[in-house]
Design a protein around this ligand. Sequence first.
Ligand SMILES: Cc1ncc(COP(=O)(O)O)c(C=O)c1O
Length: 457
Amino acid sequence: MDRSAAPQAASPARRSPATAPPPPPARSEVESLQAYSAPLEGRRGLLRLDFNENTVGPSPKVVEAIRAIPADEYAIYPEYDGLREAVLASLMATSGTIAADAPSTEPAAEQPGRRPSLRSEQVGLFNGVDAAIHALFQAYGAPGDRLLTTSPTFGYYTPCARMQGMAIEAIPYRMPGFGFPFEEILAALTTAPAGADGSWRPPRLLLLCNPNNPTGTRLAPEAVLALAAAAPHTLVVVDELYEAFTGDSVLPLLLAPGGRHDPEGQKPGDASVRAADVAASPETASPETAALPTAAPADPFASCPNLLVLRSLSKTAGIAGLRIGFAIGAAAVVDRVSRVTGPYDINSFAVSAAFAALADQAYVDAFVAEVLAARQWLVERLVAAGVRHHVDGGNYLLIWPQRPAAAVDQALREAGILVRSMAGKPLIDGSLRVSLGTLEQMGRFWDAFVVCDARPV
Ligand SMILES: Cc1ncc(COP(=O)(O)O)c(C=O)c1O
């Protein structure tokens, strides 16, 4: 380029760094936020029991599918055709029924009567469940709105609420035993606190992690549905990332033939909140759900359009590094949450891996079975050695070492094993969260733990 011919644009006066103004501030909520940080570096080559990942990697079919992607596909934007349908077919197969949009394998005459069926618009695709969480806060959380959740729970809900300027109410699990605080959550959802003025509104969002990370607390799916029915103006999000290890999902109830789900007949709840009110709620009803009779809903979310379920392939299928997660709910809610994402947020590798992973449920089932056997084996050791521990749902458990947790954490790291310190977390300060892998891996962990905690056997 002939520089002499370039137009002489008025160049900004160069200032010395000392006199340069500071960079423009971000939104006030962001200025007061600390980046969400987790000790994610330097983990390669170690036994990683610190992030509840699948400890053996994905199915060979996933590896094959990734290797088969031709290089010229790297150059084009990803395509998502058929992925939602594959997710629903998998969800409905693992929940004991058949997707409306999935190719039917049964002759029509043999299909049982009317059963609730998910449609592809009811599945949102995200760059991991983290991205779904971020998006749902962006879509629903406004400054001054309230997030209701439990404590301690998954760490990413709080920064997402803070970046929206939301107030956070975190209700502790019940001790001893980390029981779910059902009555307290129900009251916080439905009842203005004493002294509140007439402007009290229910929380905008309720985040339930089921089973809870890190306490493993399991909440019956009927209780989740009862909470959703009691608070039709609250978006109730149930993060089911670890449900495969325990089976506590709302989906089998919602997808049961004949729509067995009946929020009115279940659990404590506000009897004045009826399924019809939920479907008719102006904030949550979608045209299609509003038009359906509630007695035999074809849409599994017809009676709970304010419920959103989160699922991921990170922990079970072993593709946490590729990032893909799903949000399942009323089409209107999935649409709102999807509005705040970019058009190509999920990359082509994740898409190919997801198709292959979803088609190989047997691989996931075998890993889950291995984890459950390893859990049993480890718990027997912990009990026999008198180690304080807490185990419930999920592919992880909590251990309180007899030496300071930080020292045991460090000693395990030096022995090549990573676990996660729960230092500073309410109710579980001083514990280590240990992810569960195979029997062989838990054997390695136990041998090292006994030495690092200097515990006689
Ligand atoms: C409860 C919970 N939700 C969501 C996530 C994020 O999952 P993903 O890998 O799909 O983003 C995690 C990851 O640890 C988690 O524990």
